[in-house]
Design a protein around this ligand. Structure first.
Ligand code: MN
Length: 219
C-alpha cells in the first residue's frame, strides 16, 4: 500500500485562534507529508510490511530487519502519531470527557483535574522532542499516562493502545508559544475532542483498530 496524508476532519484554519492556520500549513502539509513520503520510501523492498495498515505496521516494526528498521520507526511513527493527534483535536472542543471514559479517568487518576495535571507533567518533562499519551492497557484494564521520545509510540513495544496524544516537538507549538511548552499544553486542553477520545476508548476496549486511514493499494 501507499501511505498518504490523511484527510482532516476539519479545515486548516478551524482550530484558530488556539492553533494557527500557519502552524497547520507547515505541521500537517509539510512535516506530516514528509513522514508519509519517507515512510513509503523506507518500505520499499519490505514486501511483508509494505501492505500493512499503519496501526498494524506499528505493532510489527521490531520484526523488520535491523538495518531497515529505524527509518520505518521514525517515519511510520511520525505518520501514525500525527494522525492520532489531528483526529483527537477539533474546533469547538475542550471541556470535560463524559460517560464511560470520564468514569474510567476518575477511577484511574482520581479526578479529571488530577489526570490533566499528570498528563501535563508527562508532556512537560519529556526531554527534547516527543509525545505524551493517554493509553489503554488491555492486560490489566487500566488507563495510563506515558511519554515517548522522537516518533516512538507504545504500539511498537507493548500491547497498550494510544487513545490521545500531544505533540511536544517544538515544531508543534513554536509559532504560537516559542519555547513555552507549558503554555502550549495549557492551550491543548481547549482543542481536545473528547468525543473522539471516547470513541477511541470504546474501540480499544473492543480490541478494534483505532485509526482507520485510507491507503491505496500499490499497482
Ligand atoms: Mn509534529
Amino acid at each position: 500500500m501507499t501511505h498518504a496524508l490523511p484527510e482532516l476532519p476539519w479545515a486548516l484554519e478551524a482550530l484558530e485562534p488556539n492553533y494557527l492556520k500557519s502552524t497547520m500549513e507547515f505541521h500537517y502539509s509539510k512535516h506530516h507529508q514528509a513522514y508519509v513520503n519517507n515512510l513509503n520510501k523506507a518500505l520499499e523492498g519490505l514486501e511483508n510490511f509494505a501492505n500493512l495498515p499503519i496501526e498494524e505496521l506499528m505493532t510489527k516494526v521490531n520484526e523488520i530487519p535491523a538495518e531497515k528498521r529505524q527509518p520505518v520507526i521514525n517515519n511510520g511513527g511520525g505518520h501514525y502519531n500525527h494522525t492520532l493527534f489531528w483526529f483527537i483535536m477539533g474546533p469547538n472542543a475542550g471541556g470535560n470527557p463524559t460517560g464511560a471514559l470520564a468514569e474510567e479517568i476518575n477511577k484511574s487518576f482520581g479526578s479529571f483535574d488530577k489526570f490533566k495535571e499528570d498528563f501535563a507533567a508527562a508532556a512537560t518533562t519529556q526531554f527534547g522532542s516527543g509525545w505524551a499519551w493517554l493509553t489503554w492497557c488491555p492486560e490489566n484494564n487500566k488507563l495510563l499516562i506515558e511519554k515517548s521520545a522522537n516518533q516512538d509510540n507504545c504500539l511498537m513495544n507493548s500491547k497498550r493502545k494510544p487513545l490521545m496524544t500531544i505533540d511536544v516537538w517544538e515544531h508543534a507549538y513554536y509559532l504560537e508559544h516559542q519555547n513555552l511548552r507549558p503554555r502550549w499544553i495549557e492551550t491543548f486542553w481547549k482543542l481536545v475532542n473528547w468525543t473522539a477520545v471516547a470513541d477511541n476508548f470504546e474501540k480499544a476496549k473492543a480490541g478494534k483498530t483505532i485509526l482507520e486511514i485510507k491507503q491505496t493499494a500499490k499497482a
